[in-house]
Write a protein of this length. Structure first.
Length: 350
């Protein structure tokens, strides 16, 4: 709760990053080699001198994940967790031209980031949206649609560009994973054996989805009304393929697919719009299709502003890119990456 209210705004800012500037900022991360930090930075805090180019503004609350009895055998956070943080935000200014197309109306594109904490090790995160690109059009009801970690391939030009750029870091950028979220620990010995759903839907209860206006208004004012102890979302997973038009994920899992409710998110604080939530909190994305990570150890340690610096290993990091030095030499150690799937032999950067 302390993190949530840190830097709480007296007046809600609307200093959104324009869609073309956002695309340019994301493109620059592909050029400078930091684009993979979205997936490989093990931290709850945004790297120094970095800023959000999308999802600029939102509100944060603490939550607990209450398990719902089922027969799927899911473990990790899916079996329940008392301590988490959720951030509800918009991709871009809802009143700016939709998808960057001049002279068009704005579009309301909501998303959520859920962070569940683990004792003594790194957190796990799920990132979800209804769709990319056009969002909900001019419907400003944040809880109108279900959100999910695997979204349809976007059709808009701007969203397609961003998806293409992120493909340098993840082979399926529209399909995020949940295996680390489902892991029993960060040192799981056989992660391939960890059962995890191919998609996770966040389904708002009817009393919430029907409560707020669809007319244009400030969405953070709605979030500020949500009381502590509110049933915010059901976490629902498909028990078979849940694909609809063009073999893309369905919008409504309840109406379209066989499914099981595995958990319930309940707020344990009020929602707060703050500088910390907008600029400080970092939510690591999980790849659905895994890439090999390598451990890089630095003889002189890592600078505070190194994007891959880990709180638990200040002299080493985990990355899918090459270690950043041609002088790297072989280094044998028991150090490994959290939630390890495939780790390449570690290297010492001198």
């Amino acid at each position: 709760h302390v993190l949530c209210v840190h830097g709480e705004y007296d007046k809600l800012p609307n200093e959104w990053v324009g869609i073309f500037s956002a695309n340019a900022m994301i493109t620059s991360t592909a050029w400078n080699g930091t684009i993979s930090q979205t997936f490989d930075r093990f931290s709850d805090q945004t790297a120094t001198n970095h800023m959000k180019s999308i999802h600029t503004h939102g509100s944060v609350a603490s939550v607990r994940l209450e398990p719902v009895t089922n027969d799927l055998g899911l473990t990790g956070h899916f079996s329940g967790s008392d301590y988490g943080v959720i951030r509800l935000s918009l991709v871009k200014d809802p009143n700016a031209p939709c998808e960057g197309t001049p002279f068009t109306e704005g579009c309301f594109a909501p998303g959520l980031a859920l962070k569940m904490l683990r004792n003594g090790t790194y957190s796990n995160n799920l990132i979800a949206m209804p769709v990319l690109g056009e969002g909900q059009g001019r419907n400003f009801n944040f809880f109108k649609n279900q959100m999910k970690i695997w979204v349809p391939t976007p059709s808009g030009v701007a969203a397609a560009i961003v998806t293409k750029i992120f493909s340098y870091a993840a082979q399926q950028p529209t399909h995020l994973g949940s295996k680390e979220f489902a892991a029993e620990s960060s040192t799981v010995s056989d992660p391939a054996a960890t059962p995890s759903p191919t998609n996770v839907y966040f389904v708002p209860p009817a009393d919430l989805s029907q409560h707020f206006s669809s007319d244009p208004h400030e969405f953070r004012d709605d979030l500020a009304e949500i009381a502590v102890g509110t049933h915010l979302y059901d976490m629902v997973v498909p028990t078979a393929d849940c694909l609809c038009d063009y073999d893309e994920p369905c919008m409504d899992i309840v109406a379209s697919c066989s499914h099981v409710t595995v958990g319930r998110l309940v707020t344990t604080s009020r929602f707060v719009a703050s500088a910390w939530g907008d600029q400080g909190l970092f939510f690591q994305h999980e790849r659905f299709e895994k890439k090999q990570r390598r451990v890089c150890r630095f003889a002189d340690g890592l600078a505070d502003d190194e994007v891959y610096r880990m709180a638990g290993q200040l002299d080493s990091d985990c990355r899918t890119d090459s270690c950043p030095s041609e002088a790297a030499t072989s280094w044998e150690s028991a150090v490994s990456c959290p939630f390890t799937y495939n780790v390449i032999a570690a290297q010492l950067v001198v």
